[in-house]
Design a protein around this ligand. Structure first.
Ligand SMILES: [Mn+2]
Length: 497
């Protein structure tokens, strides 16, 4: 493994990085401060291969599987909490815990899932309180005789549905009790395994039943300060390869209509489909999203998270969209082939690394430059159209000057940005004024051409568009210059009259 870096080497490297980031207008201290406010919800089930304490020797069902037999699996809540303490100690920041209902502590007395109450989680709540962890919750709708058919809330059997409805209602109440006690809302997430290995005749009826079950579960209003309901879709599981009742479309619609959170699990879509691109769409219609950051590999949706392109893209979307206050970030994977504490630490730290990388991007500048690129394309299109027009005209010399000036301004603002040079940034105000004057004269000139010779109208219209686009491009450069001045002086200055 080589020698680890010394404290001094780390310190020096950071000082250099800080200086370089400042050079592109990024304040690393601000990024680190923002990162400290990011609270991940660690999933308790990584610690014991999703066994729980209700029936630890029972089979894991519901189309999920933990593979591997690494020694040292937690056998009790006390062992699991002690493993979690170890994991948190190696993850910078302050983080939450995500509990599943099968982690209840019932003192050796069997308690049916529909009879679970907050007192069965008192040990977890005390531990969370004294360690400053928020708590999240999940009903466990698998690994149970009532789930043996592969169906729960969408079962054709009313007794089965009723049992799981009661369990989910109990879960919401447990979640709300956590939220009340800890002063931070508990996200209670409903995932069910319901589906079929082969193709059913009737794909609609189970979905109708699921909708009715969910409506019953969510009928009682709960203060959103205490509990937030989330619903989680999946594409397929082991034994539900051909049909999953709770598909993405089903829950997306349900969440919008019923104002619940939508849970997006990065392992629950097609292998080449990423949830990063879903955020900006989904968050137009739902207020908040729960992320289950995972890593799907072939048939398995639950590998330990690494710093993959997908992880990076998900957190880029969260940060670039300023969504940190609307996206609850949870982890969801289970790997028993490596040390289970290490799995938590590796997964959590990689999500934090991806978040920090995203926080270190000069986002506003990148956005302005992207838009500037669109202008270039727009101008190219209009030039092409001009050349096909029935009658050509002489391009007004003012338009050439506008183009040269806008291009120069683009270079100037990038120069000001890289050097954080306020003087250079301010110089763009004069140039912007010059571009505006040129635009006025070009417009007047083109209008005169149109008046005298209507056959030249096509060209005139395209060139007016070009003039307008160059003027907008110049505006973008002053936007960047205004950002430079703000970064350097912390004062907002208007360069664009
Ligand atoms: Mn999940």
């Amino acid at each position: 493994m080589g020698t680890p870096p010394t404290g001094k080497q780390l310190h020096d490297a950071y000082a250099l990085a800080k200086e370089r980031y400042a050079g592109v207008g990024v304040d690393t201290e601000q990024a680190l401060a923002a990162l400290r406010n990011v609270s991940l919800s660690l999933h308790c089930w990584q610690g014991d291969d999703v066994a729980g304490f209700e029936n630890p020797d029972g089979e894991l069902s519901g189309g999920i599987a933990a593979t591997g037999n690494y020694p040292g699996k937690a056998r009790s809540a006390a062992e699991l909490r002690s493993d979690l303490d170890r994991a948190y100690s190696m993850i910078p920041g302050s983080h939450r815990l995500n509990l599943h209902a099968i982690y209840a502590e019932t003192g050796g007395k069997p308690v049916e899932r529909n009879a679970l109450r907050p007192e069965h989680f008192a040990g977890w709540l005390d531990w969370a309180k004294s360690n400053g962890h928020g708590l999240d919750f999940n009903p466990t709708c698998f690994s149970h005789p009532m789930a043996d058919s592969g169906f729960t809330l969408a079962s054709y059997d009313p007794a089965v549905r009723q049992f799981w409805i009661e369990h989910c209602i109990a879960s919401r109440e447990i979640g709300a009790s956590f939220g009340r006690a800890l002063g931070t809302p508990c996200v209670t997430n409903i995932w069910i395994p319901d589906g079929l290995k082969d193709t059913p005749i009737d794909r609609a009826a189970p979905r109708q039943l699921l909708k009715e079950s969910l409506d019953t579960i969510l009928a009682a209003p709960i203060d959103r300060a205490h509990n937030l309901d989330a619903v989680e879709c999946k594409l397929f599981g082991l034994g539900s390869e051909s049909y999953v009742v709770g598909s993405h479309e089903f829950y997306m619609g349900y969440a919008i209509k019923n104002n619940t959170l939508l849970c997006l699990d990065s392992g629950h879509f097609h292998p080449t489909e990423t949830i990063a691109d879903k955020l900006s769409s989904v968050l137009m219609y739902v207020d908040e999203v729960l992320l289950h950051v995972s890593r799907g590999v072939r048939w398995d949706s639950d590998h330990v998270v690494t710093l993959s392109d997908e992880t990076a893209m998900i957190l880029q979307e969260v940060v670039r969209g300023q969504l940190l206050n609307r996206v609850h970030i949870g982890l969801d994977f289970f790997d028993a082939s490596i040390n289970r504490v290490a799995a938590w630490v590796i997964g959590a730290r990689n999500v934090l690394r991806a978040t920090l990388m995203a926080l270190l991007e000069p986002i506003d500048e990148l956005r302005e430059l992207e838009r500037a690129g669109d202008y270039a394309k727009g101008i190219a299109k209009r030039v092409d159209r001009c050349l096909r027009a029935p009658s050509l005209i002489e391009t007004p010399p003012g338009l050439h000057r506008m183009g040269a000036l806008a291009q120069e301004m683009l270079h100037t603002c990038q120069d000001a940005f890289v050097r954080l040079d306020v003087g250079v940034a301010r110089s763009l105000a004069r140039e912007d004024e010059r571009v505006d004057e040129l635009e006025d004269s070009v417009v007047a000139e083109l209008m005169a051409v149109a008046r005298t010779d209507p056959t030249k109208l096509d060209c005139v219209i395209y060139l007016l568009d070009v003039a307008r686009t160059l003027e907008r491009l110049a505006d973008r450069t002053t936007n960047i210059a205004e950002r430079v001045i703000f970064i350097a002086t912390n004062v907002t200055e208007q360069l664009n009259s």
